[in-house]
Design a protein around this ligand. Structure first.
Ligand code: GLU
Length: 367
């Protein structure tokens, strides 16, 4: 990797909490100390931190994470204050300031709000303030939330065009097999491409307090990698790990980027939530994946969900794998009528035609 100028660091709850499940102030102090060191090397830094719910549990003396969403929201509301006051104090001692931003997926998928977020982040960075981000858990619920901070940090890395997404977790990195089942399995130092094999070893290691297991980390690395960003997964308990990674030490697992999507395609790939699914046959799959073609009605087998022109949809192959996402030119009920037809037959069937393509190549991202 070349020199890192801009990094997004994601701190998982398991890094902040001790065996007793309580937030360890020493750990927060250590993170602030390391960030002070990399700031001295002119590395622009954004923190994405979990721990609001764990802090809330600690404050209100609750030992088991509640399942009920309302309770979690309340705990996050209480805990976020405690969490931020600890960060604020740790940075203030070092002459550094932090700025809190709490977001939900709504702030990313809406272009105006996302640009606003981007501007605020860039402004904070230019004022040498360290943005500290978390999901707005107090107000978020399934439909509007990102859901885990691994994916959230990847989107933040994309929004500010970071060079590196650094995921601090309680595992060493990605192993060639689940190390809990196979203690002798080897740590992968570099992953060139996130393919089927990588997905299959990314077993979900959900723990009591943290949401993101290996699966969400791989999702995050995949996202970042499609936007030209490297991702490194490291054990956050390793001494001085942030500084050492920034200095070029090869700790944990590094995921190389695949390509750099344009901002326009970024919206389609990551920011918009798909409203439906379109299944396509082998011929259409080949045309899209290998020949860079648009999606025509003839290759469509099935459509699912209710969506309208301009919505984002997922394109699935016959095996049910999502191969692409795109912005549709037709309503779901129209696609249902024209599926399997030749483009010349669209008008005959519907009585009108918007375009020959159901999804134009320019509005499509192959994943
Ligand atoms: N936002 C959650 C919290 O602060 C954590 C989400 C995650 O760990 O991915 O408790």
């Amino acid at each position: 990797m070349q020199k890192i100028n801009k990094v997004v660091i994601k701190i998982g709850t398991s890094i902040l909490t001790g065996n007793d499940g309580k937030i360890n102030p020493k750990k927060i102090d250590d993170i602030a100390n390391q960030i002070q060191q990399i700031r001295r090397k002119d590395v622009e830094t954004v923190l994405v931190t979990s721990g609001a719910i764990a802090s809330g549990m600690e404050m209100l003396k609750i030992t088991k994470k509640p399942k009920e969403i309302g309770k979690r929201q309340a705990l996050a509301s209480v805990g976020q204050v405690m969490l931020m006051s600890m960060y604020s104090e740790a940075f203030r001692k070092r002459g550094l300031h932090i700025g809190q931003i709490l977001i939900t997926h709504e702030d990313i998928k809406d272009k105006t709000r996302c640009i606003n977020l981007m501007n605020t982040l860039n402004r904070l960075i230019s004022m040498e303030v360290i943005p500290v981000i978390n999901e707005n858990d107090a107000l978020s619920f399934t439909e509007i939330q990102v859901g885990d901070n691994d994916n959230l940090s990847a989107m933040i890395a994309q929004i500010i065009s970071a060079d590196l997404l650094l995921l601090l977790s309680d595992v060493e990195g990605l192993y060639e097999k689940n190390p809990k089942k196979y203690p002798n399995s080897k740590l992968l130092k570099t992953v060139k491409k996130i393919d089927e094999k990588i997905w299959s070893i990314a077993e979900d290691t959900q723990s009591e307090k943290s949401i993101g297991g290996m699966l969400s980390k791989i999702e995050a690395a995949k996202k970042a990698g499609l936007y030209g960003i490297h991702t490194r997964i490291v054990n956050g308990h390793i001494k001085n790990v942030i500084v050492r990674v920034i200095e070029g030490e090869e700790i944990g697992t590094l995921f190389l980027p695949e390509r750099k999507l344009s901002r326009n395609k970024w919206w389609t790939a990551f920011a918009y939530r798909p409203k439906g699914k379109i299944w396509i046959d082998k011929g259409a799959e080949k045309a899209i994946r290998e020949n860079g073609k648009s999606l025509l009605p003839s290759g469509i087998i099935k459509v699912e969900g209710q969506f309208t022109r301009g919505d984002c949809v997922e394109i699935l192959n016959e095996a049910g794998m999502i191969i692409s996402k795109g912005i549709t030119n037709y309503h779901s009920h129209e696609i249902d009528l024209i599926k399997g037809l030749k483009t010349v037959e669209i008008e005959k069937k519907l009585g009108y035609k918007y375009t020959e393509e159901v999804i134009h190549r320019d509005n499509m991202v192959v994943l």
